[in-house]
Design a protein around this ligand. Structure first.
Ligand code: AHR
Length: 505
């Protein structure tokens, strides 16, 4: 008989990492493919409202409780004129969109997007163009969105029907400016100077804003690390965050190695944190720059299909990754990595939200449906608010092609003091075995096991379709809580949400 794999864990309310900034459950909508046109906006759709927004999509976004959405790019922002997207729609120009080689109709611009985010209860994280443009366009946009009135740009906004400013608080200073694919790519020194001066001007317009400087486009960039150090040297006192972007794929079809890739993400976070703190020390600064992981996800399934897309069409199906079950597991592990680093990762955006490498898909003039990755994202966003606790876990490990000492289990714990709830998020990466985890939760006296939700499937490649949700969570009745000992059974290759609640007295 094969012996059951076992692990031990302690979750204690005094082992606190940090208060979680809810903005780590942010997302991203770029003017790219069918994210905006055919995604959130489709006036001809039977379920669209008077503004052309799809209400079926709004309902799904509401389920995710997304707190902040990055906009309008992405690569697209580096050649974008924000003024093209304001004023009467009939007067808005059609432009060649150079990043993704499509036609941009500009039917949706900053005002419509701000309206849409209000409908889903999210804030806007706005990116400014530091590729083809600079200080002037950025400060004008900020005056248009945030200034109360009595000036050219604020009065123009009012004349467009928006009396009350949008009050956008979070701003990205460009996007991936080290990338050769960026229109207006910069060296670290060029970008650092421009970002610093743009930040200065923007803060003069509105001192309450928070600013994100562009880190490297990924750890694979040859300039990675030196780029962060250089741009932070220029901008340290002007910015609040540095950005991180990273996507993973399973090109080699090696699930054990694929499921370990959040270890790379953890390493990335720790490295950028060190660079921020090195520059802090160098500047004898009192302030701490935090991390905005404002693009993260799995992205590789659509690479070949994208090569066949004709240029210069409107809203073609670009970057439409069809996610499978193993992708949902890695997404779950990446969310756990953010929770484990909640002291420094204060914002993160799943890239993206609808149709483009997204948890939500739509058919043109048809249904909206949930991809496999929808579920871990939703669970973390809905139940992962409060204090991130550090679970102390002792668990068997494995080696894969790229990683050594990969724990079979990833775990995070969130304590919501106000609601008297504790939620454990756990991924079992073992491809064949369930694992029994004996967990000491004695510090949560009087708590009961409320539910154990699990995402499991015998087929790692199982996908959802508009017709059939093959991968969806269900309740598992295999865990117990008795005298402060929580016994959890994690099925092989599974995403788990274990929720404890204080018994009502
Ligand atoms: O999210 C898709 C693209 O990935 C973004 O436009 C860009 O910033 C990144 O390279």
């Amino acid at each position: 008989m094969v012996e059951q794999l076992k692990a031990k864990m302690v979750v204690d309310k005094s082992y606190q990492i940090a208060e979680i900034d809810e903005r780590i459950y942010g997302s991203f909508l770029e003017h790219l493919g069918r994210a905006v046109y055919g995604g959130i906006y489709e006036p001809e759709h039977p379920e669209s409202d008077e503004q052309g927004f799809r209400t079926d999509v709004i309902e799904l976004v509401n389920e995710l409780q997304v707190p902040i959405v990055r906009y309008p790019g992405g690569n697209m922002v580096s050649a974008y004129n924000w003024e093209d997207g304001i004023g009467p729609k009939k007067d808005r120009p059609r432009r060649l969109e150079l990043a993704w080689r499509t036609i941009e109709t500009n039917e949706v611009g900053v005002n419509e997007f701000a309206d849409w985010t209000r409908r889903v209860g999210a804030e806007v994280m706005m990116a400014v163009n530091l590729g083809t443009r600079g200080i002037d366009a950025a400060r004008n946009l900020l005056e248009y969105t945030n200034h109360s009135g009595g000036t050219y740009w604020s009065e123009l906004r009012k004349s467009h029907g928006y009396d009350i400013p949008h009050n956008i608080k979070t701003w990205c200073l460009g996007n991936e400016m080290d990338g050769s694919w960026q229109v207006g790519q910069k060296t670290a020194h060029e970008y650092g100077r421009l970002a610093s001066e743009t930040a200065k001007a923007m803060r003069l317009v509105d001192p309450t804003i928070e600013l994100v400087a562009c880190g490297s486009s990924s750890t694979q960039m040859p300039t990675f690390a030196e780029w962060e150090a250089t741009i932070l040297d220029h901008t340290y006192e002007q910015v609040d965050f540095v950005s991180l972007h990273q996507y993973y794929g399973n090109h080699e079809n090696d699930p054990a190695n694929y499921l370990a890739k959040n270890m790379d993400m953890d390493h990335f976070i720790k490295t950028v944190t060190s660079i921020c703190d090195y520059i802090k020390a160098k500047h004898r600064s009192k302030k701490t720059v935090n991390l905005s992981f404002d693009e993260w996800n799995v992205w590789y399934h659509s690479n070949d299909a994208d090569k066949k897309i004709e240029p210069w069409t409107i809203a073609p199906p670009q970057l439409e990754d069809h996610y499978n079950f193993e992708d949902a597991l890695l997404v779950g592990s990446m969310l756990i990595t953010f929770l484990q680093n909640a002291d420094r990762v204060k914002m993160a955006c799943m890239a993206q939200l609808v149709n483009v490498i997204a948890p939500i898909m739509t058919e043109n003039n048809g249904r909206a449906w949930k991809q496999t990755i929808f579920y871990p994202y939703m669970h973390a966003s809905v139940y992962g608010r409060g204090i991130s606790l550090k679970p102390i876990i002792s668990v068997p490990k494995y080696d894969s092609r790229e990683f050594t000492d990969v724990p079979y289990i990833d775990s995070a714990a969130v304590y919501n003091e106000e609601n008297e709830e504790v939620t454990l998020f756990m991924v079992n990466k073992h491809l064949e075995e369930a694992i029994q985890v004996t967990t000491d939760v004695r510090s949560f006296e009087g708590y009961l096991l409320d539910e154990h939700l699990v995402l499991e499937n015998d087929d790692l490649k199982a996908v959802n379709t508009p017709q059939h949700e093959a991968v969806r969570p269900h309740h598992l009745d295999a865990s117990t809580l008795d005298s402060g000992v929580l016994d959890i059974r994690l099925p092989k290759t599974s995403w788990n949400v274990i929720r404890l609640k204080k018994a009502s007295s």
